[in-house]
Design a protein around this ligand. Structure first.
Ligand SMILES: [Mg+2]
Length: 257
C-alpha cells in the first residue's frame, strides 16, 4: 500500500503547467494533491504530483474561471450501494450514477472547470492506500472522458487506525482546505463557483470557501448554519440549476434563493 513519493513542484510551476495544458489536443489533469503526514503546511504546503488523464473533449477554461467542486462518493459514483462500509478503494467498482456524465458535459460546455474534492478517511482507517484513491479517481475520470480538471482528497481522519493519517486536517470537509488549495492552484473565482455534494459537510465546505452550494438528496432537519443554498435530487437537476443561475448572473439578475 506504499506509494512513490509525489514529485514536488511549486505553485508557479503548477500554474505554468496549467497554462501549457490549454493546448487543445491533450490536457493533462491538474495535480492531485496528496497531503502527507509529515507536511507542516509551510512552503510548499503539500507535495504534489502530476497525473495524466484521458484526452479532454475541450480545452480547459483560463485562470479566473468558475468551477464546480464535486464530492465524489454517492455524488458522482455509487459508493454505499457497492461497499459494505462506505469506503471505496477498488477501481473495478467505480460506476457513474445515472445522468452524471451528461451533467458534467453540460457544465464543462458552459465553461466551468470540474474539481473533485473527496474525504478519503478509508486511508486513515487502513482500508486502502493513496494508490487506491488515485486508481479510483483515474477510473472515474476515464468514465467521464477526462472532464475532471483536478482532484483533491483528504486521507486523514481523527479516528483512524493508521497512525500517520490519524488526525484532524484542514483539508477534511467540512473544512474548506481542498477547495481553497485548488482555487489557488487554478486561479479560480470562488464567488462564482459552486459546491455540489450529498452531505451537509460538502455544503459547509463550499460555504466556508465562498461558493454557492447544492445538496443532493433531502435537506437535514437540523441544518443550523445555513450552508445549503439548494436541495435537488441528483446531478442532472443540479447541473440545470447551476447553468440557470449562471445565466441569471450574466444578465445581472438577483441570484435565486
Ligand atoms: Mg459523498
Amino acid at each position: 500500500m506504499t506509494s512513490p513519493l509525489p514529485r514536488v513542484c511549486s505553485t508557479t510551476e503548477l500554474r505554468w503547467r496549467t497554462r501549457r495544458a490549454t493546448a487543445p489536443s491533450l490536457r493533462r489533469a491538474e495535480t492531485v494533491h496528496r497531503p502527507l503526514a509529515t507536511d507542516n503546511q509551510t512552503d510548499p504546503p503539500y507535495p504534489r504530483h502530476m497525473q495524466s488523464t484521458t484526452p479532454s473533449p475541450s480545452p480547459p477554461p483560463p485562470p479566473g474561471s468558475a468551477a464546480v467542486f464535486l464530492d465524489r462518493d454517492d455524488t458522482l459514483i455509487r459508493c454505499n450501494d457497492v461497499t459494505t462500509d462506505g469506503d471505496l478503494g477498488d477501481p473495478a467498482l467505480v460506476e457513474l450514477l445515472p445522468g452524471v456524465r451528461a451533467a458534467c458535459e453540460s457544465l464543462v460546455g458552459d465553461g466551468l472547470m470540474l474539481v473533485v474534492v473527496s474525504n478519503q478517511g478509508g486511508v486513515a482507517r487502513g482500508k486502502y492506500g493513496c494508490d487506491a484513491v488515485d486508481a479510483v479517481n483515474a477510473r472515474l475520470n476515464e468514465l467521464l472522458g477526462g472532464l475532471i480538471t483536478a482532484f483533491r482528497y483528504c486521507p486523514y481522519h481523527p479516528k483512524g487506525s493508521v497512525r500517520s493519517f490519524t488526525r484532524e486536517h484542514p483539508w477534511r470537509k467540512p473544512a474548506p482546505g481542498m477547495l481553497l488549495d485548488a482555487a489557488d492552484a487554478l486561479g479560480l473565482d470562488l464567488s462564482a463557483s459552486w459546491m455540489v455534494g450529498d452531505k451537509l459537510r460538502d455544503c459547509q465546505a463550499g460555504r466556508s470557501a465562498g461558493c454557492r452550494t447544492v445538496l443532493l438528496g433531502t435537506a437535514p432537519r437540523d441544518e443550523a448554519d445555513n450552508a445549503i443554498d439548494f436541495v435537488v435530487p441528483d446531478m442532472t437537476v443540479a447541473a440545470g440549476l447551476i447553468l440557470r443561475e449562471r445565466t441569471r448572473r450574466a444578465h445581472g439578475e438577483t441570484p435565486s434563493t
